[in-house]
Design a protein around this ligand. Structure first.
Ligand SMILES: Cc1cc2nc3c(=O)[nH]c(=O)nc-3n(C[C@H](O)[C@H](O)[C@H](O)COP(=O)(O)OP(=O)(O)OC[C@H]3O[C@@H](n4cnc5c(N)ncnc54)[C@H](O)[C@@H]3O)c2cc1C
Length: 414
């Protein structure tokens, strides 16, 4: 998300941009649902203004259910959500296909005063005025540039999955269809919300119902076992759909049936391929290194409770565009000016999300309706959109004409 957003923003400034993606195929099914912030959809808002229909599901309610399924708390709260697939597909469609290079795994970075060079597995290189490393939570670039910034296990994982709404009972689809729905359990919490269908369908009944269930796992045996996939391989930060061992998926369904409100249990039971993402904290104390920078999770990776990781990655990208424009294309000067505010944003979000997660998983002091628990990037609640106006609240930042920075072709690809 951060990489494609940066690519589009910088391309629109006049830079010649290439994206190098490790995966050998276009990405699919990553991360399921994403709660949106104005900045996450800023690119769409500015380029296809009235047509967000295939991107966004609007959810006017925040709701907490008790174990029996009764409403324990509810409040009007206009969140907007999408899916990782939908956002990725739409961002990718806006980029130049010939400049999106699959199967290019970055393994090294070098620079001299004039150029930065990326080295790829297999021996190829690419050189550029500016290298933006947006390589996610397990960032290779972070390991190279800030080797002391390790991932720190938060003490719990997120079980996730989706079920087509049309496979749910009508009462469950309706109960969950207009809200972000929470249930607090003895060892964590689950939240559920509908997201666009696989082809971007946003009409009720044609969407997917998603869940994210945070559960504590002791480090060592219990976690090791969960992360050992069906081939016996030990996974690092996630076990993707289709790779969990059958006994774990069966256990999750049984646990949900015994402990969750009926609609939540039905969603977990109906999920064919649940998957697991380990929750980590990671933070760097620098994001700019001459002509090279880290953005998004590659720089600061935050727990998901503020639902703002993608938004932060996009904010890093947009701020980079603004800094580059202000520095009239001077990459080094732009990165120097850009770094401080983005570090501050990342560290503040990291602390807030850590406080939220510890509250639900360990202190167990979450109170339904506490405004500090609202989704937000800069502050709690800034992901709540004004209700009743489908376009209201989208970011309206002006785009100014820019001086085209001197662009040189990226170096040869492998
Ligand atoms: C359970 C959970 C729920 C979440 N919910 C939300 C939410 O509701 N809202 C929200 O805003 N955020 C949410 N997030 C966070 C969000 O998923 C991440 O913050 C976001 O994806 C980070 O974007 P990114 O561009 O930094 O990295 P990523 O999206 O992870 O992208 C990294 C890219 O780099 C590629 N790559 C990796 N290594 C290399 C390499 N060496 N060479 C080349 N390419 C490489 C990867 O293949 C990938 O395409 C959630 C996260 C989790 C775990």
């Amino acid at each position: 998300m951060g990489g494609l957003t940066a690519a589009l923003v910088l391309r629109d400034l006049g830079c010649e941009v290439d994206v190098f993606e490790r995966s050998t195929a276009e990405l699919e099914g990553r991360g399921a649902g994403i709660a949106l912030h104005p900045i996450t959809v800023r690119y769409f808002e500015q380029h296809r203004p009235p047509d967000l229909a295939g991107v966004v599901v609007e959810l006017p309610w925040l709701r907490f259910l008790d174990r029996g399924g009764a409403v324990r708390y509810e409040e009007r709260m206009n969140y907007r959500v999408s899916s990782w697939n939908t956002l990725y597909r739409n961002l990718l469609a806006a980029f130049d296909p010939g400049r999106y290079h699959l199967g290019c795994e970055m393994v090294g970075l070098d620079q001299d005063p004039d150029r930065a060079t990326v080295r790829f597995a297999g021996g190829g290189t690419a050189a550029a005025d500016l290298v933006v490393c947006a390589d996610g939570i397990s960032s290779r670039a972070r390991a190279i540039l800030q080797p002391r910034a390790k991932l720190r296990y938060a003490g719990y994982v997120a079980w996730r999955g989706v079920v087509p709404e049309w496979e749910l009972t009508r009462s469950t689809a309706e109960r969950l269809g207009d809200a972000i729905t929470y249930h607090l359990t003895d060892r964590g919490h689950i939240l559920l919300y509908p997201i666009p269908g696989r082809a971007g369908e946003t009409a009720p009944g044609r969407r997917l119902q998603s869940f994210v269930w945070y559960r504590n796992y002791a480090e060592g045996g219990e976690l090791e076992d969960l992360l050992t996939d069906r081939t016996g391989a030990r996974r690092g930060s996630s076990v993707p759909p289709g790779w969990l061992r059958g006994e774990h998926a069966a256990w999750a369904r049984e646990y949900a049936a015994a402990h969750f409100p009926p609609p939540a249990a039905e969603v977990v039971a109906g999920t064919r391929d649940p998957f697991v993402q380990v929750v980590f904290d990671a933070a760097v104390d620098r994001m700019a290194f001459g002509r090279i920078c880290l953005i998004g999770d590659g720089a600061v990776s935050v727990r998901p409770h503020a639902a703002a990781g993608t938004a932060k990655a996009c904010a890093d990208a947009w701020a980079l565009g603004a800094a580059l424009r202000k520095a009239e294309g001077d990459a080094v000067a732009a990165l120097e000016a850009w770094e401080g505010p983005q570090l501050e944003l990342g560290h503040a979000l990291l602390e807030r999300a850590r406080w939220m997660g510890d509250g639900s998983q360990f202190r167990r002091d979450w109170t339904p309706g506490d405004p500090r628990l609202r989704f937000g990037l800069y502050e709690p609640g800034d992901a709540v959109f004004p209700s009743g106006d489908a376009q209201g609240g989208w970011d309206r930042a002006e785009r100014e004409p820019v001086r085209r920075p001197e662009a040189e072709e990226c170096g040869p690809r492998r």
